[in-house]
Design a binder for this molecule. Structure first.
Ligand SMILES: C[S@@+](CC[C@H](N)C(=O)[O-])C[C@H]1O[C@@H](n2cnc3c(N)ncnc32)[C@H](O)[C@@H]1O
Length: 290
């Protein structure tokens, strides 16, 4: 039977691997580990070792870089920019929601994913005693339109009088630029309903002078075929990423390089350029002319 074109659940198994990476690195409680995640983690270990030797940074390096840079930006949004509510789409088994809900009990933290993964996360948080009316899980499919799990519907349940932050981690490069731009444009539009809207996403650029372009392209193809998705590298420079976001409706855009956080955060360092960037987009409601 043909797959519904908005059904991208074949990507979901990757969350078991990343969930295990967070777990092995002390970022989540033991209850967040899964047997399959453990299996993938150990199966990848020899490749990680070779990647570290050859390319100067393995997959776990950039996963930990992106996760902790995003954490830093989420904390900044809450502490310095008035954010009281967070929507984390494609949450998978990420422990971020649990950590931030505990650290900032006054905020609302909504986690979201495709139905099967959302149900799994709900059960996990329930088992861990972490669900509350300020921290819960909903269904959301970034490709869905005019359905209860669409971005617009999920965001319409937030408090429109308060700033909001949306996070996607490990999601956008599973889609080609045209498809994901459609989501980014809808997101910018939906964020304009709030006094301030922030968006954080990791992204993998393909700089023309990168010494391992061929290896990266091959890795992308492999991941695309096992996850039956269109793994894509969207941008050739930070400027291109920034301009794309500005053209899609974000008013301020910052591209974060993990290297700028090496002194401040305890994150692994890449030998040479890091493979990952964290994009931070911001929307503001126009001032009331009256
Ligand atoms: C690589 S995992 C990342 C999980 C988590 N953010 C992390 O970093 O550990 C990708 C996630 O995207 C979710 N996903 C795939 N297609 C999606 C879609 N169309 N809308 C929302 N989430 C989706 C998957 O279910 C999975 O949880």
């Amino acid at each position: 039977m043909a797959r519904d074109s908005t059904d991208t659940s074949s990507i979901s198994f990757t969350a078991l691997y990343t969930g295990q990476v967070w777990n092995q690195n002390g970022l989540s409680a033991p209850g967040f580990a899964t047997p399959r995640g453990r299996f993938y983690y150990h199966a990848m270990t020899p490749f990680e070792y070779i990647g570290g030797k050859l390319v100067g940074g393995n997959i776990r390096t950039f996963l930990l870089q992106r996760h902790q840079v995003i954490d830093d930006r989420v904390a900044d949004a809450i502490e310095n920019r008035g954010v009281t509510q967070v929507l984390e789409i494609a949450c998978g088994l990420s422990p971020r929601g649990a950590r931030f809900a505990e650290r900032y009990p006054g905020i609302t933290y909504v986690e979201a994913d495709l139905p099967d993964m959302a149900a799994r996360k709900h059960a996990l948080l329930q088992r861990e005693g972490r669900l509350s009316d300020r921290h819960y899980v909903v269904d959301c499919n970034i490709l869905a339109r005019e359905t209860p799990d669409s971005l617009e519907k999920v965001l319409s349940d937030f408090d429109l009088s308060q700033p909001v932050l949306v996070v996607t981690e490990g999601l956008v490069n599973y889609f080609n630029l045209e498809t994901i731009s459609g989501f980014w444009e809808r997101l910018a539009l939906a964020l304009h309903a709030f006094p301030r809207g922030l968006y954080l996403a990791d992204n993998y650029p393909l700089y023309d002078d990168m010494s391992f372009l061929r290896t990266l392209r091959a890795l992308g193809k492999l991941l695309g075929s096992v996850s039956r998705s269109q793994v894509s590298f969207h941008f050739h420079s930070d400027d291109e990423a920034r301009n794309t976001f500005m053209n899609l409706g974000f008013q301020h855009v910052t591209i974060h390089d993990p290297a700028d956080f090496y002194e401040r955060l305890s994150i692994p360092r890449s030998r040479g350029r890091s493979f990952v960037r964290v994009i931070e987009g911001e929307t503001e409601q126009p001032a009331d002319p009256s």
